[in-house]
Design a protein around this ligand. Sequence first.
Ligand SMILES: Nc1ncnc2c1ncn2[C@@H]1O[C@H](COP(=O)(O)OP(=O)(O)OP(=O)(O)O)[C@@H](O)[C@H]1O
Ligand SMILES: [Mg+2]
Length: 148
Amino acid sequence: MNEFLSRSHEDTFQLGEQLSKQLIEGDVIFVSGPLGVGKTVLVKGIAHGFGVTDNDVLSPSYTLLRSYTGRFLLHHMDLYRINEPREAIDLVAMAEEGVLVVEWPEHGVGYLPDPRWRIELSFADRGERKILFQHLPEEIHELKVDDS
Ligand SMILES: Nc1ncnc2c1ncn2[C@@H]1O[C@H](COP(=O)(O)OP(=O)(O)OP(=O)(O)O)[C@@H](O)[C@H]1O
Ligand SMILES: [Mg+2]
């Protein structure tokens, strides 16, 4: 597990971009944390790292699932608005292949594939966010960040 302090929107975006370099086909990433903490910002960083050319990766809040083509297919799921966990089943079926990133995975408990990464964002001082990265199984890796 490793923890970062993000001081800005850009820092969080960059952490997503760094993470993208460590992702492989089939990876599932759970991104948790309160409303407005920066989950979508992190996902936009992943998309950018994948070379998604659609530079307007929208918050999928109104659509539950959006898929983008880059180095891998990137499925961005947001379960905030589902009414019960089993509603995640059909969305998961539409998100095979590629990499799946899930915001609000707590809303789909029991109906989601096991994650390879769990990311937890929380509010710190104004504009700052604490971001925890956990790779499962933990022994294998941590998020590596280039200092460049
Ligand atoms: N350190 C930071 N990291 C990320 N975002 C930040 C940071 N500081 C300020 N922000 C701002 O916080 C907001 C985060 O919005 P974002 O849509 O990513 O949240 P979210 O966690 O996806 O919320 P939701 O649960 O509604 O989907 C953006 O407006 C962003 O500019
Ligand atoms: Mg969001």
